[in-house]
Design a protein around this ligand. Structure first.
Ligand code: PLP
Length: 406
């Protein structure tokens, strides 16, 4: 008989996972049992500063009181209806999310990949119904080194062999161009193009921030060439970069914005496609859906998330603390750090491979009580909750310095 979870150590639990869980992740060897704000605690009671924040799903920290209260209140009233019926929480969620993002309509889904899939379907439908692309000829232009999720259609246009290899055959209809290259985009777009789908900042690729003017350029090009600009803000959006959306840094309004992660407040999976009426309006009953999309619990938590962002407080924190992060990382350049890119409270830090792989650095940081995760070789991604304090951030930077000096 297996022992109750309470009496198992972290090592026991890690060992117990091995035979029963698919090996599609390689987690750091820490077993989290509790969390509050920017801090998590493992089974043995050791505390760690969370500098990853669930890949930005925890922008408001663990168990933000306003979000937990909204969830509790809703749990006691109504949790699920399906979209076969209306529920009394969905209208307000859609109204406020559309208002926050400067868009007209909302298509609620659950995970990020579903929002991307939904965005692709909407863009294709728009191409056929509005632009007049011949049936089944629509193309979507995407960027190299993208990360939009893990479904078969999405990995069809990934350039990461690990994500694709062994999962074909792939969905046709995508063209890949280099990121941050307007000339390549200009060449790839033609009369079949439904949309240009890009991340305003490429997160998984290592927090790749495009040159100033790229996003405005994509907006100008897509408008001129009569195709949609679909911005995947699933990781970059909702306060992370110091603005509500990363495209706000260039005052750009895409036709469609994909949101996820932080929209669920770290409590429930909530994603959404938000867009202009001429675009989202192409969907008719029966053409798309999700049993859980727009459920009242998700809508209640999502509304509470939007309410937090309406104050501007979190965007402001990300902006001002982002400067602290940038200054701290600048001081580490040449002392173990070979370069970094950051915007707001989000950084991709390239560590000298001679000091250790990204994995090794992450494990050393873990032993110092800081949780972060590597991406692509020797790059460490830092994305603390936007609730992190300046002292906590400086503490994490001091741990980083210590780890690099080893
Ligand atoms: C930009 C972007 N799009 C989509 C996704 C997929 O989201 P999910 O893991 O919720 O399916 C991610 C996840 O990391 C992401 O960073």
């Amino acid at each position: 008989m297996t022992a109750p979870a309470r009496s198992r150590t972290s090592a026991d639990l890690i060992r117990a996972e091995e035979p029963v869980l698919a090996h599609n992740y390689h987690p750091l060897p820490v077993v989290v049992a509790r969390a509050e704000g920017a801090w998590v605690e493992d089974v043995e009671g050791r505390r760690y500063l969370d500098m990853l924040a669930g890949y930005s799903a925890l922008n408001f920290g663990h168990r933000h009181p306003a979000l937990v209260e909204a969830a509790h209140r809703q749990l006691d009233r109504l949790t699920l209806t399906s979209r076969a019926f209306h529920n009394d929480r969905l209208a307000e969620f859609a109204e406020r999310l559309a208002q926050l993002t400067g868009q007209d309509m909302v298509l609620p889904m659950n995970t990020g990949a579903e929002a991307v899939e939904s965005g692709i379907k909407v863009a294709r439908k728009w191409a056929y119904d509005v632009k007049g692309v011949p049936a089944d000829r629509a193309t979507i232009v995407v960027a190299a080194d993208n990360f939009h999720g893990r479904t078969t259609t999405i990995v069809s246009f990934s350039t990461d062999e690990t994500a694709r290899s062994g999962f074909g055959p792939f969905t046709p209809g995508f063209r890949v161009v280099p990121y941050d290259d307007l000339a390549a985009l200009e060449e790839a777009v033609d009369e079949t193009t439904a949309a240009v789908l890009i991340e305003p900042i490429q997160g998984e690729a290592g927090v790749i921030v495009p040159r100033d003017g790229y996003l405005a350029g994509v907006r100008e090009l897509t408008r001129r060439r009569n195709c949609l600009f679909v911005a995947d803000e699933i990781q970059s959006g909702l306060g992370r970069t110091g603005r509500t959306l990363a495209v706000d840094h260039e005052d750009v309004e895409p036709d469609v914005v994909l949101l996820g992660k932080a929209l669920g407040g770290g409590i429930v999976p909530v994603s959404a496609v938000v867009g202009r009426r001429e675009v989202l309006g192409v969907l008719n009953p029966g053409e798309h859906g999700s049993t859980f999309g727009g459920n009242p619990l998700a809508a209640a938590v999502g509304t509470a998330v939007v309410e937090l962002l309406e104050t501007g407080e979190f965007q402001h924190r990300a902006d001002t603390l982002g400067a602290v992060l940038r200054d701290g990382l600048t001081r580490l350049v040449g002392r173990g750090v070979v370069g970094f890119r950051s915007r707001g409270l989000w950084a991709g830090v390239d560590v000298d491979p001679a000091i250790g792989s990204g994995r090794e650095i992450s494990e050393r940081l873990m032993r110092e009580g800081v949780l972060a995760k590597d991406t692509h070789g020797s790059t460490i991604r830092l994305a603390p909750p936007l609730t992190v304090t300046e002292d906590e951030l400086l503490g994490a930077l001091a741990s980083f310095e210590k780890v690099l000096a080893v």
